[in-house]
Write a protein that binds this ligand. Sequence first.
Ligand SMILES: [Zn+2]
Ligand SMILES: [Zn+2]
Length: 759
Amino acid sequence: MRVKINVTGIVQGVGFRPFVYRLAVQNGLAGYVRNRGDAGVEILLEGEEQSVQRFLRDLKAKKPPLAQIHDVITTTLKGKNEHAKFAIIKSSETTEFSGSVIPPDIAICDDCLRELRDPKDPRYEYFFITCTNCGPRFTIIERLPYDRENTTMRDFPMRGYCQREYVDPLNRRFHAQTVACPTCGPKAYLTTRDGTLIEHEDPVREAGRLLSEGAILAVKGYGGFHVASSATREEPLQALRRTKHRRAKPFAMMARSLDAAKGFAEVTSKEEALLTSPSRSIVLLNKSGGYALSPLVAPDLHNVGVMLPYTAMHYMLFDRVDDAAFVMTSANPPTQPIVKDNDEAIRMLGDTVDYFLFHNRRIANRCDDSVLRVHGNRQSFIRRSRGYAPAPLMLKEKTERCIVGLGGELNNTACVLQANKAFISQHIGDVENVETRKFLQEATNHLIRLTNSQVEAVACDLHPKFTTTLLAQALAEQNGWQLIQVQHHHAHVAALMMEHAVDELVGVVCDGYGYGVDGSAWGGEILFCTRESAGFERLAHLEKQPLLGGDVATRYPLRVAAGILSRKTDVANWLLERSGHLLHGETEAKLILQQLQKGVSVVETTSCGRVLDAVAAVLGVCYERTYEGEPAMKLESAAVRGKDALNLKPVINGNMLDTTQLIHAVFESIGKASTADLAYSAHAYIARGLATLAVEKALEKGVKAVGFSGGAASNQILTQLMRETVEAAGLRFLVHEAVPPGDGGVSFGQAVVGGFWRF
Ligand SMILES: [Zn+2]
Ligand SMILES: [Zn+2]
């Protein structure tokens, strides 16, 4: 019998061909296996029918751990057998099937870790030891199929035992494209901040020693550079914080081990599973009572981002020091994507760091670390990137047309939706300038090529001036694609609905800003969405509040607070006393007061983020937003040990949750209750108020579920309190687990609306 088998899924770069080879040989079958240009694998089998059947059964049952099989397409061939034995043959460039993709980067496996520490192993202490089961994938691939010459490993011709292992069917590195050793593989080296080589026989451990002693290093990893420093010494952390965009932004850390992480943070079993998974994401952990690292790592926050080492180099950094953790934060200059090239690093990071720990393998695709937090026992993405992208989200149904979503403006991603798969790109960042626009364009094109997608439509935001909207318009024109514009919060709810395969939902969406259908600023919305209607109905929202000074008010929450308070109180003295927290001090405060007196018309917003900002300012928890979400994050941290002391009854006026009353109640209670209790009470008011409204609307509409999305859904207190209210009413409460609730999930939601809902 002769059969041709095409396998789609994640089947390249996961040891699939070696596995097929062994399976075929075991079953006495002849033929071949090869990678294809569409990221799939093609197998030809010749032999007994029984053997072929056994092969097909085991193909799925015994597949390598990292492989994902989506489809196995089998065709019986006529004609005589042509092969005397089974072989792995040269890859074909054929691109016939869509939907396969190469895997994300995978953390070093236990076997490689063991060899790293074994003095008898030829890769003993080699900082880039990998095998078919681990190592970089997405970050090194330039084109398909996944063969060494199509990756940045082509710069390192294999020699000696690397070459022998590569062709040995019994070896773990049989056809492992990232195989390398100290002789033939990438090299690590240290330089000064201007790129001058520092001769050292053990550059990686020397880098660890320098970090421990207080130096700041840029360390090149898989998907880009980290800026690294000690997590206990004040001097390097203070130096890092001297640049404005890093004044208070929390730094992620790499702990030397799980035990070390448990020394300064609380780790639940779910968090432990995420920390140690092959994706090795940053997980936000609550600081423990024994937290003895510098407060400068994550100032004024109750939690801290921690990841575990994911390359041999990371492990080796800790070898000769006893630091529990190092700061290892993405090297993103302000408004720029993560730095990936060596010369780029010297140019852009030379002022920040004392040394560079380089390696000489090029990075094909930038890829930031992923960030997760755990709510109860559910994972919630802050950022879905390294370790996840470009693996697809498998949906429960197929769309007829292939569509690409370009997302919104901040914390952006792109998404290619094809049949029942959504391929979401790595984290792109804030698409506001030429560099990030270019990154978005490249990442999107790469994703389309990697998945062999025949795109027919492009989806984007409703905002007429977003860079992504303009890009979508240009792409639509160039390629003859249909252009579909999706309202920001609608995209959030659509993403949530598709994730849970529900056809209708009352969705609460809370975030900082989204362009409303009327052009005004939305951000605290209750929408009713159905598949049938394709559109959505805005059922309710937070009260509109003034944004004194527009965008300036999002940076200085005192302005928002003053605007709201002035509706019922004379804020003159209050504001003047705090004018030191405004950019231009007293002059600015007086100007604001004049505006308030004259009743000058200002931009208004229903944003939940701005209400949380106002509470943070009234409580003195945060007066300036130096990074995205800062006031709200600090407010949550302040509330963590609080209780609902005010127990306010939500004031609902028709379809609107009153927030003026909330800000006043908090204002009047200062000194009567603790900051923690007041911060918690504010969370409770917003969560219960919105949930009560949503439940009321859901019951009116006969809808069985209420969902929560938007960046504020990363807030654990809001999520938990909303869940209690919704479930107490006998309704299902839906949150995101597979895509970020924040704007990283918008591209997926846009693609869903365009691909499934609107024909
Ligand atoms: Zn390995
Ligand atoms: Zn070698």
